[in-house]
Design a protein around this ligand. Structure first.
Ligand code: PMP
Length: 383
C-alpha cells in the first residue's frame, strides 16, 4: 500500500543525462524533465559536484542568517533578469510559494484586487490556487482568497477594461504551460505592460515554467517581448535543476520596498544547498551556451514534427524546449501511455496536447527518436 498521496505510476529509481530508469531496469527518454525542472538532465557532473560539496560544508542555516550562496544567487538572478539598481530577490522553495509572495506584494500596493488570466496556473497552495484558473482545482476548497478577477487570455480589450484603480497587479504566465503551452499573440505582453503602467498596477510575470532558459532566453518575457521590464517575476522549477528553489524578483527600489523584512519569510528558502544547486545550473547554462542550444533544439523538433505531415498532428506550440504537440483527436492521455510503453516520458496537459519540456541539454538525435516513433504512438493511441 502506498503511504503517500499521488498517482500510482512509474517507479523511477535512476537517471542519467536525458534518461530515467524504472525499478525494473527499463530506460525512458525523459521528455518531460520533471515538468520543466531537470534543466541539466539527470546526474549532471556540475550539479552533482555543487550539491555534494555544499552538503559537506553547510546544508541549512534558516532565514535568520545570510550565506554567500544566497547573495551570489540573488545577484545572478537580478543580472539575468535585467533588473535595475535597487531590485531584490526573495528566495523560497517552490513555484506556489513564489506566487504567494507575489500575491502579498500585490496586496502591499494598497489596492485589493489582482487580475489573472483564464487558463492560468499558478500553484496549489490556498493563495496560489485562488489565482489559478481551473475550476476543478479550486471548487473543492472554496471559499478561496478574495479579490481575484479573471479575464480571457490574450484579449487586450478585456484586460484594459479589468484593470482599474482597485487592481494592484496583473499576473501573467508569458506562455501558459499547464493550459497546453499556449503562446499569446505578438504584442500581448507589451500591451499588458502599457495597461498596467497607465493604471498604476504592477505587472507580475509567472515564469515558474517558462523561466531559466526554457524558451531559449533566460526568461520567457525576454523571448516574447524583448526589452520589456516587468515589476516582478516569479521563478522556481528549472532554477535548481531538481533541487527545490524558487524566488520572487522585484524590479527597482519602489516595488522592492513594498515588502519589508519580516512581512514574508520561509525557513528553508534560499538554503545553502538550494543556492549551490541554482548557481551550478545558471553557470552551466551560461558556460555551455545552452540558451542558443535550446533555441536550435526547439526549432529542430518543431520542424521535424511539421515535416511528418501526419494529419493526426495539427501542429506544435511553444518556444525553445517548452513545446506542445497538438493532436487532432482528444487522445493525448492515450498517447502518453503508448509513449511510456515505447520508452518515452511525456505528459498531456490537455486531451489534445502532449507536452515536451525535456532537459535543456537534450540533443537533436534524442529528440528525433521521439519524432520517429510518433506515427506508431498515434496508431496505438487511436486504437
Ligand atoms: N506557476 C506555474 C506557471 C507553474 O507551471 C507551476 C507548476 N506547474 C506553478 C506555478 C506551481 O509551482 P510548484 O508546483 O513548484 O508549486
Amino acid at each position: 500500500m502506498m503511504g503517500v498521496f499521488g498517482e500510482p505510476g512509474l517507479v523511477l529509481t535512476e537517471g542519467d543525462g536525458c534518461y530515467v530508469t524504472d525499478a525494473d531496469g527499463r530506460r525512458y527518454l525523459d521528455l518531460l524533465g520533471g515538468i520543466a525542472v531537470n534543466s541539466l538532465g539527470h546526474g549532471h557532473p556540475a550539479l552533482v559536484a555543487a550539491v555534494q560539496e555544499q552538503a559537506a560544508r553547510l546544508i541549512h542555516t534558516s532565514n535568520l542568517f545570510t550565506t554567500p550562496g544566497q547573495v551570489a544567487l540573488g545577484e545572478r538572478l537580478l543580472e539575468i533578469a535585467g533588473a535595475p539598481e535597487g531590485s531584490r530577490v526573495f528566495l523560497c522553495n517552490t513555484g506556489s510559494e513564489a506566487n504567494e509572495a507575489a500575491f502579498k506584494l500585490a496586496r502591499r500596493t494598497g489596492r485589493p484586487d489582482v487580475v489573472v488570466l483564464e487558463g492560468g496556473f499558478h500553484g496549489r497552495t490556498m493563495g496560489a490556487i485562488s489565482l489559478t484558473s481551473k475550476e476543478a482545482y479550486r471548487a473543492p476548497f472554496e471559499p478561496l482568497v478574495p479579490g481575484v478577477r479573471r479575464v480571457p487570455y490574450d484579449d487586450v480589450e478585456a484586460l484594459r477594461d479589468a484593470v482599474d484603480e482597485s487592481v494592484g497587479a496583473v499576473l501573467v504566465e508569458p506562455i501558459q504551460g499547464e493550459a497546453g503551452v499556449v503562446v499569446p499573440s505578438q504584442g500581448y505582453l507589451e500591451a499588458a505592460r502599457r495597461i498596467t503602467r497607465d493604471a498604476g498596477a504592477l505587472l507580475i510575470l509567472d515564469e515558474v515554467q517558462t523561466g531559466i532558459a526554457r524558451t531559449g532566453e533566460w526568461f520567457g518575457f525576454q523571448t516574447l517581448a524583448p526589452g520589456l521590464v516587468p515589476d516582478a517575476v516569479t521563478v522556481a522549477k528549472g532554477l535548481g535543476g531538481g533541487v527545490p528553489v524558487g524566488g520572487l524578483i522585484t524590479f527597482g527600489p519602489e516595488v522592492s520596498g513594498l515588502l519589508t523584512a519580516g512581512q514574508h519569510g520561509t525557513t528553508f528558502g534560499g538554503n545553502p544547498l538550494a543556492c549551490a544547486a541554482a548557481l551550478a545550473v545558471l553557470d552551466t547554462i551560461a558556460g555551455d551556451g545552452l540558451l542558443t542550444h535550446v533555441v536550435r533544439r526547439g526549432e529542430h523538433i518543431a520542424a521535424r514534427i511539421d515535416a511528418l505531415g501526419d494529419a493526426r498532428v495539427t501542429g506544435t506550440r511553444g518556444r525553445g524546449l517548452l513545446r506542445a504537440v497538438l493532436l487532432r483527436d482528444a487522445v493525448a492521455p492515450q498517447l502518453v501511455v503508448a509513449a511510456r510503453e515505447a520508452g518515452f516520458v511525456v505528459n498531456a496537459p490537455t486531451a489534445n496536447a502532449v507536452r515536451l519540456a525535456p532537459p535543456l541539454v537534450i540533443s537533436d538525435a534524442e529528440l528525433d527518436t521521439f519524432v520517429d516513433a510518433l506515427p506508431t504512438l498515434l496508431d496505438r493511441a487511436g486504437e
